[in-house]
Design a protein. Structure first.
Length: 190
């Protein structure tokens, strides 16, 4: 596939990795206090400690990412835990159709369950061979590369399974409920 076909309409290629977020950067000094909570429409709530998370099998992923602010970064290499590995610990209720990702400082974003479960979605701990910096989501960042990058929640702390789609933080503030970069689903002010 040519580079032109990999860059969505309205996007500009960047070699850097811009840092954008709302509010404060989350810094962790005691990883024994970090955990990942999986709740909502599950048969039993699941908690995964940082130590347990870091012991899970990791995989390398190669992808392009696209920010709603119009930059695209190609040929990223991530290392992290496949969503399928985490989901081996979870028994979903049949009515679970959507996911709300919960991050530090009350930040959230929504996804249809199919997008969360895609083989390309992951829980990243490294980008291009380096442990994620706090500004980029350390210790764990969700990466959903086929959607605009705000859907790839930094500082991930919880995964909530839901029956109905609800807007997360940016969606409540005018961003599109889905966010396909190739359809330029940036904002939804209706």
């Amino acid at each position: 596939m040519s580079i032109d076909n990999r860059i969505p309409p309205g996007q500009t290629l960047t070699q850097g990795f811009p840092v954008l977020h709302y509010g404060d950067v989350a810094y962790y000094r005691d990883m024994s206090k970090w955990d990942l909570r999986i709740f909502g429409l599950v048969e039993q709530e699941v908690g995964i400690s940082y130590k347990e998370f870091m012991a899970l099998p990791m995989r390398e992923y190669h992808n392009d990412i696209h920010c709603v602010t119009t930059w695209s970064k190609l040929d990223n290499v991530w290392e992290g835990v496949p969503v399928s590995t985490i989901m081996q610990r979870v028994k979903l209720k049949p009515e679970a159709k959507f996911v709300m990702l919960h991050a530090e400082h009350g930040w959230t974003t929504n996804l249809p369950i199919e997008d969360f479960l895609r083989e390309t979605s992951l829980f990243a701990i490294k980008h291009n061979g380096e442990i994620l910096s706090p500004e980029h989501g350390y210790p764990v960042r969700m990466v959903v590369p086929h959607l605009y990058f705000w859907k790839s929640a930094k500082w991930l702390r919880g995964i909530e399974f839901m029956a109905k789609n609800k807007p997360g933080f940016w969606e409540k503030n005018g961003y599109h409920m889905y966010g396909d970069p190739f359809k330029e689903e940036r904002y939804d002010f209706d």
